[in-house]
Design a protein around this ligand. Structure first.
Ligand code: NI
Length: 174
């Protein structure tokens, strides 16, 4: 279990399509998830996808009680989600500010579906099936985008709403 190096935007591995997990509850999978949890905690993030530490598997983690990077956000249960599938519920979208541990120091305003259903598996291979909205829905969409090689700036529609966290939100940590 160890904090791993975070890949940053520009690394071609962040643009690859991740492969589904085939073997559940294995020692290697538990080490990967422990490393991801350690890495996310060390960086103070609310979510992390395996490709961000150079592992091309469909594994994302997210969740927090309270987070300094997103002090206004409602809590999201800590979740390890494998082989996720997202179904938008309706066409409603909302704009919200996002950051990414692979795009350090920056924030952008990104449109996301307001309400989604997401399904996937736990590390033990058990089904997860949730209907969520708001920041929870945003985090899941952001993390799952990493599995298809998308970083949030490529989802933005108004690049004027893209900038350094310290300039946009002087009270927040980058
Ligand atoms: Ni990210």
């Amino acid at each position: 279990m160890a904090v791993q190096k975070l890949l940053r935007m520009g690394d071609p591995r962040l643009l690859e399509i991740a492969a589904p997990v085939r073997d559940f509850d294995t020692p290697a999978l538990h080490v990967l998830i422990a490393d991801m949890l350690d890495t996310m905690a060390a960086a103070g993030g609310v979510g992390l996808a395996a490709p961000q530490i150079g592992v091309g598997l469909q594994v994302v983690i997210f969740g927090f009680e309270r987070n300094e990077r997103y002090p206004e956000a409602e809590p999201v249960p800590l979740t390890c989600l494998l082989n996720p599938q997202i179904t938008p519920l309706g066409e409603d979208e909302e704009l919200g500010w996002e950051g990414c541990l692979s795009v350090p120091g920056l924030r952008g305003e990104v449109p996301r579906y307001t309400r989604i259903r997401y399904q996937g598996l736990t590390p033990a291979g058990e089904l997860i099936d949730r209907t969520v909205e708001g920041f929870h829905a945003r985090v899941v969409q952001h993390e799952c985008d990493h599995l298809i090689g998308r970083l949030y700036p490529t989802r933005m529609r108004d690049l004027r709403k893209f900038g350094f966290t310290e300039e946009l939100f002087p009270d927040l940590r980058a």
